[in-house]
Design a protein around this ligand. Structure first.
Ligand SMILES: Nc1ncnc2c1ncn2[C@@H]1O[C@H](COP(=O)(O)OP(=O)(O)O)[C@@H](O)[C@H]1O
Ligand SMILES: [Mg+2]
Length: 333
């Protein structure tokens, strides 16, 4: 359904060129949930925004292809992209309050998204919800609110975003995202701002949407544990580059890239034998003026001279497991 090839998005800055997305290639099958994981600042959001061509100035997509259902989105006209956003591809952000408008009722905001994307003009919509536009819109909005688990939808329809808890605001945003039955949902840390119990509810809501509508989902998260639980495949990103991608069980049980191994070791475990958490030493590098070679080399336990001297290509380990590492020592640790 979605195929990204060598996508590169750069930011010219005073400190040098920031390659926020550096030659990223990945694909998403119909109805699949893919987790995009990595520390803050590694380029996850910019990857999603590049797919929608919403990269903020002065950032620019400088190369690559984003093929969605057979068309290269990077070649589409701005008007075509506007139609596509929301209608075929929807995005959910980390902080719902930055997306919801505080001065409009929640129900109206969900309804507005139906109007903007022309969902109500469709014959099938009118047949299902009736000819009266106002009544039809309200019916559909209430249906969406119930679907995303907002209780007492009729009362809540009239409330303002600040009257909603964080979890409920995120549900409202998901209702907006779903209003046009998108084929692809880009979820950018949708649960980072929420308590863990609410986080689990929102994630299972996304899972339910995926099952019922076959919506493909790219779930961006800095939490490998979340990705492991909800995604069929995991892509690990570091300093603008994808460093490992594979089926979830393979990436978790047989990680090959030292960064993935480090991430896994830094997750605290509640059950089983008590193990010491091993942090990855050092910090994420400044992406401005990053030299060639493996960006993880300065923090890597298995570093060799060759790691600094050239760009490392993705290497196929098995059919669907790829890693960007010269020696993938992972097998031996
Ligand atoms: N407006 C901007 N100007 C310059 N650089 C930016 C800007 N926005 C993002 N970047 C760069 O892009 C990198 C990736 O950002 P982002 O995709 O938001 O990271 P993530 O979502 O993984 O936390 C950042 O580390 C930063 O260096
Ligand atoms: Mg982000």
């Amino acid at each position: 359904m979605l195929e990204i090839k060598n996508l590169s998005t750069h930011f010219p800055t005073e400190r040098g060129l920031v390659k926020a997305v550096n030659n990223v290639s990945l694909s998403l099958a119909k109805g699949e949930i893919l987790g995009l994981v990595g520390e803050s600042g590694c380029g996850k959001s910019m990857t999603l925004l590049s797919i929608l061509r919403l990269v903020p100035f002065p950032g620019k997509i400088v190369g690559g292809e984003v093929t969605f259902r057979g068309c290269n989105l990077l070649e589409k006209k701005p008007a075509e992209m506007r139609t596509l956003r929301g209608q075929d591809i929807a995005m959910v952000f980390q902080d719902p309050m930055t997306t919801l408008n505080p001065v409009f009722r929640v129900g109206e905001q969900i309804g507005e998204s139906l109007r903007i994307h022309g969902a109500m003009g469709k014959e099938s919509f009118r047949r299902k919800y009736g000819e009266n536009r106002k009544i039809a819109e309200r019916k559909r909005v209430l249906e969406l609110m119930r679907e995303v688990g907002i209780p007492s939808a009729e009362e809540r329809y009239l409330e303002y975003p600040h009257q909603f808890s964080g979890g409920m605001q995120q549900r409202a945003l998901i209702a907006i995202a779903l209003s046009c039955n998108p084929k692809l949902l880009l979820a950018d840390e949708p649960t980072t701002a929420l308590d863990v119990t609410i986080q689990a509810q929102i994630l299972s809501l996304l899972e339910q949407i995926n099952k019922e509508h076959g919506t493909g989902i790219i779930l961006v998260t800095h939490d490998l544990g979340v990705a492991a639980e909800f995604c069929q495949r995991i892509a690990v990103m570091y300093a603008g580059s994808l460093v490992e991608i594979g089926p979830t069980d393979v990436v978790i049980e047989d990680p090959q890239h030292p960064y993935t191994i480090g991430l896994l070791r830094s997750i605290p475990k509640i059950t089983g034998k008590k193990e010491k958490i091993k942090p990855i030493f050092g910090n994420v590098p400044d992406l401005a003026g990053l030299a060639g070679g493996c960006p993880f080399a300065p923090r890597c336990d298995f570093v060799e001279d060759a790691c600094y001297s050239r760009d490392i290509p993705m290497r196929q380990i098995t059919d669907n497991h790829q890693v960007r590492c010269l020696n993938s020592q992972g097998q031996n640790v």
